[in-house]
Design a protein around this ligand. Structure first.
Ligand SMILES: Cc1ncc(COP(=O)(O)O)c(C=O)c1O
Length: 460
């Protein structure tokens, strides 16, 4: 045993950590459901928020500053209020707030010697996570046999893109879906199908867009997208290095593709030696399989995939064929020691906790949420359409998707104790990124009651 292993398995350390967890649970008892702000804290809270907005150079989207304690789907804010959290850091807190297994993992990690892991000096857990992610990615037979950890979703995407561009050089064009979003670097600002996100930036990459799948016309939309892809490939023969697949569009509005649709496009990419890249920053751990490419059965076609958010650590997984040449990929931080430990604990929870598959918890909660939204839309067809999405990505279109109305509803829900988020434009949808590790049907029932009452209130 190393000295570190002796420390980690020391019974005094174990019981010290257990004592801290018991204490955490005792304080969490005070968080039993949504509650309003404590009047004694609100004045200071508002001042802090105003100052924070000034310091960061832009208004905060929500008047949100958390206290640092939560319980499952509930988060306590620094004004003492408690709210349901269906935004979860835009999809990060899949296990909810103050999850005991995650806290335990990060307490143990805090005893390690360094806060951050780096590319050239890493602790054992970096190896464990790398190996674990590869075996998860290969569980249905994909050829993804390498994994490079990284510090943000967009950085793991940049790494993927660089590998594809290097391998397929001199091809340099990229294909992507209309309405796609993939992060905020300069390269991805070109790829995101949103002019405002690249306003004033130089063109560093040439991108050709393919329309996304239309659920209301599966065969027609697949045919049209194949035609558009084929048109781009003919217009610029041999010039495309990669196509980026966001298998379920997240920021774009919770639009899932289908297995046949993605397969038709991916096969065409393969025929033309265009790398098949999947951006799973938002979809990882949210469908009925760990990876969305597994959910859609596309294991045989994936060249590179990248993840983030719910995984706690970001990573790029790739096949031998796309392995980078020395010098292409490196960075100071891969992630923090506690995030790596939290990532491993999250994977333990997901794999041991029956989340995946048709009968798993993710599908059960999605179906329950979905049925609740359908019932509301049947009672108020003029106020709500949908639902859309799948797994732990559930969305709907309230108030005809008019952005000003949907945003007003979002902020009113926030005031009433429900934090959810928007996605897409024209129509603007409302999305619920469920903290499936901590959520139960009883929470969804209460959420939908508040949602329906607020929807009715906002429609008059
Ligand atoms: C599909 C997708 N790709 C990439 C990103 C960028 O991730 P990050 O913000 O961690 O850089 C996001 C973030 O919302 C995303 O949804």
């Amino acid at each position: 045993m190393t000295t570190a292993q002796q420390l980690q398995s020391d019974p005094d350390i174990e019981s010290g950590i257990q004592g801290l967890l018991d204490n955490l649970a005792k304080h969490q008892e005070q968080i039993q459901g949504i509650r309003p702000a404590d009047p004694a804290l609100t004045e200071d809270y508002e001042k802090t928020l105003a100052e924070f907005s000034t310091l960061r150079g832009g208004k905060l989207f929500f008047p949100y500053l958390a206290s640092g304690l939560g319980k499952g789907p509930f988060v306590e804010l620094a004004d003492g209020s408690v709210k349901y959290d269906y935004t979860c850091g835009i999809g990060v807190h899949l296990m909810g707030h103050s999850h005991p297994r995650i806290v335990e993992a990060s307490l143990k990690a805090s005893l390690e010697d360094v806060v951050m892991q780096g590319n050239i000096q890493q602790n054992q857990a970096s190896f464990d996570l790398t190996k674990r992610l590869i075996s998860l990615a290969q569980r249905q037979g994909s050829a993804l046999n390498h994994c490079f950890l990284s510090s943000s979703g967009v950085m793991s995407g940049e790494n993927a893109l660089k590998m594809a561009l290097q391998k397929n050089s001199p091809a340099s064009r990229v294909l992507a879906f209309e309405r796609c979003f993939a992060g905020r670097s300069i390269a991805f600002s070109q790829i995101n199908d949103k002019p405002a996100f690249r306003q004033g930036l130089p063109t560093v990459l040439h991108v050709d867009y393919v329309p996304f799948f239309d659920e209301s016309d599966p065969e027609g939309s697949t045919r049209r997208s194949v035609e558009v892809l084929s048109g781009h490939l003919k217009r610029y023969p041999g010039e495309h290095a990669a196509m980026i697949f966001e298998l379920i569009q997240g920021e774009g509005g919770f639009y899932p593709g289908s297995a046949d649709y993605h397969r038709a496009l991916m096969e065409m990419c393969r025929e033309h030696k265009v790398a098949v890249l999947a951006d799973e920053v938002q979809t990882f751990a949210r469908t009925l399989q760990p990876f969305a490419f597994q959910h859609f059965g596309l294991d045989d076609l994936i060249d590179i995939v990248w993840i983030g958010k719910a995984a706690q650590v970001c990573a790029t997984l790739f096949t031998d064929h796309y392995a980078p040449k020395p010098g292409l990929i490196a960075q100071t931080y891969t992630s923090s020691t506690s995030a790596i430990a939290a990532s491993l604990a999250t994977l333990d929870e997901l794999e041991n906790g029956s989340y995946f598959g048709d009968d798993g918890k993710t599908n059960r909660l999605h179906t329950f949420f979905r049925e609740g939204l359908i019932a509301i839309s049947e009672r108020h067809p003029q106020l709500l359409t949908g639902p859309w999405g799948l797994g732990a990505m559930t969305g709907c279109t309230p108030l005809q998707g008019e952005s000003s109305k949907v945003l007003a509803l979002l902020h009113e829900l926030y005031a009433k104790g429900i934090i959810c988020f928007v996605a897409g434009a024209n129509p603007m949808r409302m999305r619920f990124l469920m903290p499936i590790g901590a959520l139960e049907e009883v929470h969804i029932t209460e959420t939908l009651e508040i949602f329906e009452a607020t929807l009715i209130e906002m429609s008059v």
